[in-house]
Design a protein around this ligand. Structure first.
Ligand code: NDP
Ligand code: 13P
Length: 332
């Protein structure tokens, strides 16, 4: 992602002015679980927050015309439509866009930030991702996240908007890595939910998480991410959160399948969006095309497609050819 069309120095000045003024205007797009939690966080920080969803009567263009920060928390299927709306809207010149979606676009294989960047290139873009189960955040429990951007000033601006006593916010300069950590772990959370649903034990679960992190890094490197980003909050951190909590919708999908439910039944039972199902499809298309080895995600994909049973997935993973652990060569 290359930021074009604005002056970083000008942005710094405007951001500093904004930080000093009492009230920042923030628009959150998406009133689902995550949009609502993010709105709650921003509200704690003396910001004027407005939430817009596709059900709103108000015009999005009118709402964002005075926003210092515009935060998109819709699921992946809504990202392009929303970005297209903002493409034609008149935004404040210094407005910062924040993408909080964890998914991959089916038709293009693009990440949300890539979609935003291609459609609204003249505004700084920040990716927000981390181990952030919305229910815990709504309950005011302590959590940490990452705001990543190629533009340091924009990342710091968003850091200040969100940071509070209960929400620790780190900046990072690898947005694509931060974004993919949050996106790809959703597929793994399905695998781990199934592993727990089958009661396969802590050794199996730990092996699954550790080996999955390696395949997440391989995909990340293909997308141009820094491998070390995945050891942080948005990679390992989010993998642990999502694979260890039955608050995770993706984990719930895997668990339900292990209880004998079909994928459709599992999705129907889960409240809200489980992005890992679609992400598995897109990821396998990419890994087939680019010859990236993603064994765990591939078994999740085949399981969700109904090509194999869960038992066959477990056997298939255990019976793969023996090989070195090979932590130095993560591109393969
Ligand atoms: N919940 C969580 O703990 C976290 C979620 N995320 C990510 O945030 C994103 C949203 O998740 P979450 O809020 O939990 O999901 P929900 O299912 O609760 O909400 C989804 C949101 O996306 C909107 N949406 C869906 N499709 C479209 C569309 N075609 N056009 C416009 N808007 C659309 C929905 O609008 P409507 O209400 O009108 O249907 C709703 O606002 C996901 O990518 C998720 O992975 C990230 C971190 C934490
Ligand atoms: O991304 C999340 C936590 O960081 C939310 O996970 P689920 O989408 O699986 O609920």
């Amino acid at each position: 992602m290359v930021q074009t069309g604005y002056s970083p120095l000008g942005l710094t000045k405007i951001i500093m002015q904004n930080m000093k003024s009492d009230l920042k205007n923030v628009t959150i797009i998406g009133s689902g679980a995550w949009g609502s939690a993010l709105a709650d966080l921003v509200q704690r920080n003396d910001c004027h927050v407005q939430i817009w969803s596709r059900q709103s009567q108000s015009s999005l263009a009118a709402l964002v015309s005075n926003s210092d920060a515009i935060i998109s928390a819709v699921s992946i299927k809504g990202v392009r439509t929303i970005a297209e709306k903002l493409q034609t809207a008149k935004l404040l010149p210094h407005a910062v866009l924040v993408s909080a979606t964890k998914g991959l676009e089916p038709t293009t294989g693009k990440t949300p930030s890539q979609i935003w960047q291609s459609l609204v290139p003249n505004h700084p873009l920040v990716v927000l991702s981390g181990p952030n189960l919305s229910k815990e955040i709504m309950e005011g429990k302590p959590a940490a996240t990452v705001v990543a951007s190629y533009n340091d000033d924009a990342a710091q601006f968003i850091q200040n908007i969100f940071a509070s006593r209960n929400f620790r916010v780190y900046t990072n300069s690898d947005p694509i890595g931060v974004e993919l950590g949050g996106t790809l772990k959703n597929v793994i959370a399905i695998a781990v939910g199934a592993c727990d649903g089958l009661n396969l034990g802590t050794n199996a679960k730990s092996a699954l998480i550790a080996r999955s992190l390696i395949e997440i890094i391989r995909v990340g490197v293909y997308f141009g991410a820094q491998p070390e980003t995945f050891w942080g909050l948005s990679g390992l951190g989010d993998l642990l959160a999502t694979c260890n909590s039955n608050l995770s919708r993706n984990y719930q999908v895997g668990y339900a399948i292990a209880q004998g439910l079909s994928l459709d039944e599992a999705i129907a039972q889960v409240q809200g969006t489980a992005e890992g199902v679609n992400t598995a499809n897109v990821l396998i298309e990419i890994s087939d095309r680019e010859k990236i080895s993603v064994p765990v995600s591939r078994y999740v994909y085949r399981l969700l497609k109904g090509e194999i049973t869960l038992q066959q997935a477990v056997e298939g993973l255990m019976e793969r050819d023996l090989k070195p652990e090979n932590l130095e060569n993560l591109e393969l």
